[in-house]
Design a binder for this molecule. Structure first.
Ligand SMILES: Nc1ncnc2c1ncn2[C@@H]1O[C@H](COP(=O)(O)OP(=O)(O)OP(=O)(O)O)[C@@H](O)[C@H]1O
Ligand SMILES: [Mg+2]
Length: 515
């Protein structure tokens, strides 16, 4: 053994001696040429090609490096011997990464590749306005020569896409608001944002399971439908109208949609927007993969402040009231130029353009959600397919919905007392309780499950006896109004050109009403 170490030491000594002779005999240029030649010879006989992706390219950060790091963090699957962990600002997820000088195998389209994370010390720096990090980091990608053309471009594109996806998923969702009106912040943004942490999901949402599944499928189809929208020449956007009595889960549904798709939410407060061009600017500053929400559209479209318009709107029946409001607004705004006493001159046509005009296509993969308690007041033009593609009625608590609430709030799959289930089923539809009301009863008694169920049954019975039929009538009216609205919208595009095409008689009529 001792002999072995002695001979190894002497061999190393000889090598070092030779190297010092070579470097003292040959000038640097020649040395460089020799190295290059040996490198070429080596690569000629090697069946692999290598690509270096350095962290810093010149003075700029290399996007590809960050993307590869993120991509590998998703495929590492805890099998690497040493992993580095990171948690980005504004993120609630931890990502794994390759530690220094570690390597990992991957495959793409059947071709095997190897990634190595190379970290070396940077030599002493000369003065620079932007000092570089002490360590030089990079990834080396090793692929077979034969696979080079087959995978390189598409593999790197795939990595960039996956990285963007991971980044979005790791990032907390944001909730944007335009509460500042149309004014811009220091960075020129009209939207303010806060982290969006609403816990509502499709699991916690109490509604008919079949309807829920249909909505989830629709959302998924939309999110995965880039190629479809491209092929059919449609803008990549979709509109949902959520309507129904207060407390039936319209806002919760929006939160569930955002959590399901991982989209940001832009909560558009129409009463804060002063005119159509401001509306357009707001739209242009929304990002893709987002949900643009206008809550209580029947109140905010009336162009005045919400309370005023709601109190006016409360007694009005039929869709004509909506026309009156919009017509009045058109006149007040003089087609978008003027303003009412609150300085607000958004017109119906402005809103329609916002959702369906050419401007709505700047950016892609966006969902518009309007909510209302009074679908009958909405303009048919707003309801037509293409603007509001899916109309979702959020109804009073049904029996299947109640089961979901009981499971979520009490962990109860079946009530203990025999026969309670049947009793509840018999009265629930008649009682017309909103899921919000049911939740209250369950929360209040959540420590005592049997008491909660018993009290709920009591309330349901009382309600069924006193309220019978109001809700069904509501539903019937809603359906009737919706049918009428769809028929009217089919009659022509007249509603689209609504802004400028009123007869003189109608205008006179509107003026009288405003007075
Ligand atoms: N379908 C539902 N599933 C689960 N929880 C619900 C549902 N509907 C209402 N809730 C509960 O009731 C509360 C109010 O619901 P939400 O704000 O979503 O109702 P809404 O339909 O938007 O009412 P509004 O028309 O007044 O805006 C929520 O905090 C939620 O916990
Ligand atoms: Mg709501």
């Amino acid at each position: 053994m001792k002999e072995y170490w002695t001979s190894l030491a002497s061999l190393l000594g000889v090598l070092a001696f030779c190297q010092s002779i070579v470097s003292s005999i040959f000038p640097p240029e020649l040395r460089y040429a020799i190295l290059k030649l040996t490198g070429r010879l080596f690569s000629l006989f090697s069946s692999y090609v290598y690509f270096d992706i350095t962290e810093i390219d010149g003075v700029n950060t290399n996007e590809l490096y960050n993307a590869v790091q993120l991509y590998l963090s998703s495929s590492v699957s805890i099998s690497g011997t040493r992993l580095s962990l990171t948690r980005a600002v504004n993120s609630s997820a931890v990502t794994f990464g390759l530690a220094n000088n570690d390597s990992i195998a991957d495959s793409f389209n059947g071709a095997a590749v190897l990634w190595e994370h190379v970290v070396t010390q940077r030599h002493s720096q000369t003065f620079s306005w932007r000092p570089l990090p002490d360590e030089k980091r990079g990834f080396t990608l090793r692929i077979r020569k034969n696979d080079k053309s087959l995978i390189l471009d598409s593999y790197l594109d795939y990595i960039m896409e996956r990285a963007a996806e991971i980044r979005r998923k790791n990032q907390d969702r944001l909730l944007y608001t335009n509460s500042r009106g149309g004014s811009l912040d220091a960075r020129g943004h009209p939207w303010e944002s806060v982290p969006f942490k609403h816990p509502s999901t499709f699991e916690t949402l109490a509604m008919d399971p079949a309807k829920k599944l249909e909505i989830m499928r629709d959302l998924r189809d939309f999110a995965e439908g880039q190629e479809f929208y491209q092929r059919t020449g449609r803008a990549w956007k979709r509109g949902y109208l959520l309507y129904g009595p207060p407390g039936t889960g319209k806002s919760s549904m929006i939160a569930a949609m955002a959590n399901f798709l991982g989209y940001d939410i832009y909560d558009l407060e129409l009463t804060e927007v002063h005119n159509n061009s401001e509306l357009r600017k707001l739209l242009m500053k929304t990002s893709s993969k987002s949900i643009i929400v206008i809550e209580d559209i029947d109140c905010s479209i009336n162009l005045g402040n919400r309370k005023k318009s709601c109190s006016n709107g409360g007694n009005r029946g039929g869709s004509s009231s909506f026309y009156e409001a919009a017509a009045a607004a058109e006149m007040r705004g003089g087609g978008g130029g003027g303003s009412d006493e609150s300085g607000n001159s958004i017109t119906l046509s402005g809103l329609l353009n916002f959702t369906d005009g050419l401007w709505s296509c700047c950016g892609s993969e966006r969902i518009f959600v309007f909510t209302t308690n009074h679908v009958e007041k909405l303009d048919p033009a707003l309801l037509r397919s293409g603007r509001m593609d899916m109309h979702i009625f959020m109804s009073y608590c049904s029996f299947p919905a109640l089961k979901i609430l009981l499971k979520n709030y009490l962990g109860v799959e079946e009530p203990n007392a025999a026969g309670v289930w049947n009793e509840i089923e018999a009265v629930i539809d008649k009682a017309e309780m909103t899921p919000a009301d049911v939740s209250e009863v369950l929360i209040k008694n959540r420590r005592d499950k049997d008491k909660a169920v018993a009290e709920l049954l009591e309330i349901l019975k009382v309600r069924a006896a006193t309220r019978g039929g109001i809700g069904r009538r509501y539903e019937a009216v809603e359906e009737e109004q919706e049918k009428r609205a769809v028929e009217e919208s089919k009659e022509g595009e007249a509603a689209d050109e609504f802004s400028g095409e009123q007869s003189e008689e109608e205008e006179e009529d509107d003026k009288k009403k405003i007075k």
